[in-house]
Design a binder for this molecule. Sequence first.
Ligand code: ADP
Length: 265
Amino acid sequence: RGGAPERVIPFAQPSSLTKVYAIVSGKGGVGKSSVTVNLAASLAAAGHKVALIDADIYGHSVPRMLGVTGAPTKVQDMIMPPAAKGVKVISAGMLKPPGQDALPIRGPILHRLLEQFLADFYWGDLDYLLIDMPPGTGDIALSLARLVPGAELVIVTTPQLAAAEVAQRAGTLVTQTHQRVIGVIENMSYLLCPHCGEPMDVFGVGGGEQVATALTKLTGVDVPLLGQIPIDVRLREGGDSGTPLVLSDPEAPASAQLIKIAESL
Ligand code: ADP
């Protein structure tokens, strides 16, 4: 095709020891970024070397949720990502020119941006690279499959069956890309009533199980339901304040689920 030379992506090399997980969802608002940030913080707290790429170009919320205040810095000809809570982070929001709010980005630019994140930053030796993907079945998932064929998918859904259907469609993409879906995370599974302690099924039941079963059938490989995370006001507050709940209260039921899932990665 000519043009720029192919860049070397360390995570795509056969010798790479980094586990790369793309966190995907069918639609926005299901808690994909919140889950990703808490998983990254759990892994870092457990002593792993972790990086998080915020590829959710339109809804980039990772820096705020992790309390990242720094910007990428140039050291000789390398670009170093900023870090917070032991997690190296790069986000589209860090690259946009000051004063510009929305990024006018289309498919091919998105591909190049992801390539830039993967190839041009100095990540060092990583145990885990998590990638917060844009919701849906967009081009960027195909881009990732081309750039890092070994990347595995984690699907986030709510229990709501309508949400599960779109999540399932996002998962179906792997039949084209031959990526592995390592499991499904159900978020906002229930709310513990602050008065009586009984769980309330705010968004219904069964979405996570439904996606896991459907993708197991589709791929012929077991796709487990990795965990069910309750609604917790403090999980949202932790995202707003930049301290993930798994760090501020590892004993909370939502944290316990997230930490258990992180340990299974
Ligand atoms: P997505 O990345 O899927 O668009 P977000 O992670 O941005 O979703 O979450 C959407 C909103 O829901 C945010 O305000 C977030 O704080 C909140 N949220 C996500 N998961 C939970 C949860 N388990 N309990 C309470 N609030 C949550």
